[in-house]
Design a protein around this ligand. Structure first.
Ligand code: FES
Ligand SMILES: [Fe+2]
Length: 337
């Protein structure tokens, strides 16, 4: 169910520090921590001796000592001191080390074959690390298949009902949706010309009058969705191709599979307006977190229902095209492996 030879978000840059953090990614238990030089270590979270999780261990410099019998393991996953320290360490005593890198405020991990870990394949979250933009967000654990989250994000018609009280707007249902596939990317475009801006965007724009509003969902294989959102005054002449005239944001979503039916959900918002307003960022994060909790409730209920109805299949309507295409790409990548 998981593509292995791809980068996944292992954590926010601020989540991973000197102390070990345990996280299961694509079914593999992993311990993460930072070395003194701040690079991130990711090891299979099982002591090579009797498999106690290394994440329970004691940090010694850049190494980690197992809390059971004291085997000392270095940041490459190799044992460097036996429980009886005068005994020689055999080089076969080791645990797997994973390749990691840090980009766009996230720590990324390569679960598959380390020889194939290509930094150029990190999903392009450019708004998270481009001058003129600011970015922050949060994390939720969700008890559902990561692909259900992708379906959710590639089909924003759900906003009208799931997010009735917050970001929902009738026009979302009335706008035409266009789906495109290009290599490992799927794009769903919704352009809403000359509408009344919803309160959030009206406040961001700080202006009255009709606006063009857009929502362009980009699926980036294997499991990220970034959504280009914003409004511009109609008079500014924004187009699908070029829409930097008003206020613009990117909803950032990285879903990392934990198991077949549970996921790590890293979310945030990058924006190009009021970028120095830290209070706004914090308030917005709180709102966005509340909106995503509405999705979490729906997605977990959907997952339970799927498990309770093994004989029923998910149906795809026209609104589901983006998710369908994204799943096809994922399946193709899994088959290729
Ligand atoms: S289980 Fe780790 S040293 Fe024995
Ligand atoms: Fe939602």
């Amino acid at each position: 169910m998981f593509v292995k030879n791809q980068w996944y978000v292992a954590g926010w840059d601020h989540e991973i520090d000197r102390a070990p953090l345990a996280r299961v990614i694509c079914g593999e238990p992993i311990v993460l921590y930072r070395k003194f030089d701040r690079t991130v270590v990711a090891l299979h979270d099982a002591c090579p001796h009797r498999l106690l999780p290394l994440s329970m261990g004691i940090k010694e410099g850049d190494n980690i000592r197992c809390r059971y019998h004291g085997l000392l393991v270095n940041s490459l996953g190799q044992a460097i001191e036996m429980p009886i320290s005068t005994e020689r360490v055999h080089k076969s005593i080791c645990t797997k080390a994973y390749v990691t890198l840090e980009r766009h405020r996230f720590v990324w991990i390569w679960i598959g074959d380390e020889g194939r870990a290509d930094p150029s394949l990190v999903p392009n979250f450019w708004p998270c690390s481009t001058p003129g933009w600011t970015f922050d967000g949060g994390y939720n654990h969700i008890k559902c298949d990561y692909r259900l989250v992708i379906d959710n994000l590639m089909d924003l018609t759900h906003e009208t009902y799931v997010h009735q009280g917050s970001i929902g707007q009738r026009e979302i249902l009335e706008a035409k949706i266009e789906t495109h596939v290009d290599g490992d990317n799927v794009t769903v475009t919704r352009w809403m010309p000359a509408i009344d801006a919803p309160p959030f965007w009206r406040n961001a724009l700080k202006k009255e009058g009709p606006v063009d509003r857009w929502q362009i969902c980009h699926f980036l294989a294997p499991s990220s969705v970034i959504i280009d959102v914003g409004v511009a005054p109609v008079s500014a002449g924004a187009t699908v191709e070029k829409h930097d005239q008003g206020v613009r944001g990117f909803v950032i979503d990285a879903m990392t599979p934990e198991s077949d039916t549970t996921s790590h959900y890293f979310w945030g918002m990058a924006r190009n307006f009021d970028i120095d307003d830290a209070g706004f960022t914090a308030r917005f994060m709180k709102q966005q977190g509340a909106v995503f909790l509405e999705d979490v409730a729906i997605l977990e209920a959907q997952q339970r229902s799927i498990l309770n109805n093994p004989n029923l299949k998910l149906k795809a309507f026209s609104i589901d095209m983006g998710g369908v295409r994204a799943r096809q790409l994922i399946t193709r990548m899994i088959d290729a492996e």
